[in-house]
Design a protein around this ligand. Structure first.
Ligand code: DSN
Length: 424
């Protein structure tokens, strides 16, 4: 194999190889502003693209159903210990295949089918697994919803308390996919205690900010904390469950054999590496810069005359609301992509359009911060977004912005692409 690490793939499957090269180019010369995306380190990618993918290891370290598990046991033990240390959690399960799997496991561990759960209105920022009617969560459990206040567009904890007292949930879910403000986990704990509910925080979006000290931790307040590992945490695609010791057996059994079979040991190896990286002092600097960049982008967009839900951001993301008569999120997503800026359409509070159209765009800074972008670049990006908005039907104008975007993007390395993993 040659030093680019791709030679076997090029020969075996030129079609997949071509798509891979094209994706590398897209990631290098465009601006990634999807709030839930990031770039893993080359070390994480090396672990994920390794022979650990060949190994079956149903069960847990020291208690497997297959032979030959000594090395994967070592890797999974490292991942578990690092997760516990990093978050200060009593128990960690690192086997969840994705971001939705940890939530399924917690519901499986804590609830019976039909039990009442209180989560955030999906159009206001809840995840699909927080009760979407077509998702397993909405089909198997009785979800009630709280939303954001209609004026502040932030969570009104008194309103959450009133709803909780009324619906008496067995579990309250907090933590969101599109909420730009700090979450008061202590307030949720009080509400849970007052109403006799268990409390789960889904910190998929903010996990990296939590370990980096840029957002308060839910761990002291929650019975369960779930997260994907690939957003601000900057690991491979996958999930993680943290819980109090009293729920450890129930959670482990809900993951395996409850909802999954063999764990993805190559991904668990990648999680172990990412958790080690997130425990290094530099990671706190990264988390702080993500928030600083988000603030700069939000200020820039506001100065450009665009309206942000709740007026700004405290974390890594923001939502532009174009209003019911303004540009649709879908049209803006397409126009931004033509200009080399990747973002996603998103519902906004008081949404009037379908979820496939929407009136909003969600933007986040974790990926560009990993590449080394700073507040100066964020302000320039805000200007481009305004120009894309104004010229969204003008292909020539979008192509001109695309050229400017490419020029800036290529000045910033993408981990793993500028210095490919050497083969040996
Ligand atoms: N769809 C995911 C996101 O982008 O936030 C949910 O985790």
């Amino acid at each position: 194999m040659k030093a680019d690490g791709h030679s076997d793939l090029r020969q075996t499957d030129p079609d997949v190889f071509a798509a891979l090269k094209s994706e590398e180019q897209r990631q290098l010369d465009g601006l990634e502003l999807i709030a839930s995306e990031n770039y893993t380190s080359a070390a994480v990618m090396q672990a994920v693209g390794s022979v650990f993918t060949n190994k079956y290891a149903e069960g847990y370290p020291g208690k497997r159903y297959y032979g030959g598990c000594g090395n994967v046991d070592e890797v999974e033990r490292l991942a578990i210990q690092r997760a516990r240390d990093l978050f200060g959690a009593e128990h960690a399960n690192v086997q969840a295949h994705s971001g939705s799997a940890p939530n399924m496991a917690v519901y499986f561990a804590a609830l019976e089918y039909g039990d009442t759960v209180l989560g955030m209105e999906l159009a206001h920022g809840g995840h699909l697994t927080h009760g979407h009617p077509k998702n397993f969560s909405g089909r198997q459990y009785n979800f009630a919803a709280y939303g954001v206040d209609s004026v502040s567009e932030q969570i009104d904890y008194d309103a959450v308390r009133s709803i909780a007292l009324k619906v008496k949930p067995k579990l309250i879910v907090c933590g969101y996919t599109a909420y730009p403000r700090v979450i008061d986990f202590a307030a949720f704990r009080e509400i849970a205690d007052e109403t006799g509910a268990l409390l789960m925080a889904d910190i998929a979006h903010i996990a990296g900010l939590v370990v980096g000290g840029a957002h308060p931790s839910p761990v002291p307040f929650c019975d369960f904390v779930t997260t994907s590992t690939h957003k601000t945490l900057r690991g491979p695609r996958g999930g993680l469950v943290l819980c109090r010791q009293e729920f450890a057996r129930a959670v482990d059994s809900a993951i395996f054999p409850g909802t999954q079979g063999g764990p993805l040991m190559h991904v668990i190896a990648g999680k172990a590496v990412a958790l080690k990286e997130a425990g290094m002092p530099e990671f706190a600097g990264y988390a702080a810069r993500v928030v600083e960049n988000a603030r700069a982008l939000a200020e820039g967009l506001t100065e450009e005359g665009l309206r942000l839900v709740s007026g700004g951001t405290d974390n890594h993301l923001m939502l532009i609301d174009f209003g019911p008569d303004g540009a649709s999120g879908r049209a803006m997503q397409i126009a931004l992509e033509r200009a080399g800026i990747t973002a996603n359409k998103n519902t906004v509070p008081r949404e009037t359009r379908k979820p496939t159209v929407t009136s909003g765009i969600r933007l986040g800074t974790p990926a560009l911060t990993t590449r080394g972008f700073g507040p100066g670049e964020m302000r320039r990006i805000a200007g481009w977004i305004r120009r894309v908005h104004d010229d969204r039907r003008n292909r020539q104008a979008l192509a001109a912005i695309r050229a400017e975007v490419r020029e800036m993007a290529l000045k910033f390395p993408v981990p793993g692409l500028q210095s490919p993993v050497p083969s040996n």
